[in-house]
Design a protein around this ligand. Sequence first.
Ligand SMILES: [Zn+2]
Length: 448
Amino acid sequence: MFNYRLIRRVLLILLLLVFGVVKSYGYEIFYPGEKKSVTTYDYGLFIGKARNSESITINNVKIPTASNGAFAHSVKLEDGENRIFIRSGYSTKVYNVFKKTEVPKIQSEIKEFDKRTVLVKNDTTPLRKAPEDVGFNIVSYLFKGTRIVINGADDEYYRVFLAKDKTAWILKSDVEECADGSIASFINMNSQKYKNANVQTISFTKNLPYTVEDGEKEILFRIYNPELSDTSVYTLNILKPKRYYYNVTLQDGAYTFKVSEVPKTYEGCTIVVDAGHGGSQNGAMGCLGDAEKDINLKIALELQQLLKQKGANVVMTRECDGMITLKDRIKIAKVNEADIYLSIHMNSIGNVAFSHSKHRGTGIYYFNRNSKELSEILLKSITKSAGTKKNGIKTASFAVIRPASYVGVLIETAYMINPSDTLLYTQENFARNVAEGIINGLDEFIEK
Ligand SMILES: [Zn+2]
């Protein structure tokens, strides 16, 4: 005789299993992409999309989801193995994150040696305040063939002697030995005023190092001749207009320092619109599994249209889903003599704890002092037009906004990993609204 109770039990278990399999598609995790990973970060971020009615827990913490299912949560990592359980209904996904402890860098000692002259190998070589690769310690970008005096070393860097009490640092690999022992001498100086620019030139018989300081009312360019004497410093002060940028060129020992004013009309103003990432570089990934590069391009194309209508000279770094290096983006701006550079991005977070209120909305980044005002104006105008929260303006050392030869800002329009922001930026008219916000800000910046 059949054991009906057993059969019923087996059927029930089978039913539960089938139900469980179906339920396991109730949510997707888009980041991290791998179930096993190694990191040195303090936090691990998990983003994804749940079916509307699903409730998600990560290590037994209930995670809030937006009405489109988007969720984000970061888990504090302990040293070594971390097991993270993501549960929804009958489905559990397990992630293994191994946290490696970072070995602190041992402070090396500066090795002193007698002064000797070396040559800079390439253009755009950073001269730094300290022997470390941090954007904010760059004092100037030296040109190929510049003679510099070194008298100390720290790990990968040489200490550069500029003048009495004035030193800087340069990568050892950026210089080569110099056979020419003769010392540079001053030739002449000249200053000229144009409609939109103040230009000063100073000539020496050899290429000497320089530094720039963007002061309160003027820009100070200093040229050093340490081989002649430790007080041989030439200072050129150039008054700056309210909205400005500057260029430095060096040709056969002759420096040209040019401080320009941003045009006061769209006509005659060259604006570079830079859609971040592209091609194989997706940029940030959103809770919905979408790629940053696509949203950036959408906004950039809307902006291109509006700027053309205004009569500006618009230059795009990309108009389709293609790969372009940061170097090439900057080159495009320089070749076209950009007045303004607008880099369009969407935000994400790195190794910090995700916060729904903090990591939300529009943030504007700038590097040079000349770009702070535009950042403030754009923060107001974009948030007003696009309905995003004000995340603030910040300084950041991003390659495309480091040059001082244009007013450059990087716009982080909204957070792709913030569930509330995903509701905003997936709306049909979002790109248009952001572009209009940027135009409103530019109207104020250019034409005021
Ligand atoms: Zn980006």
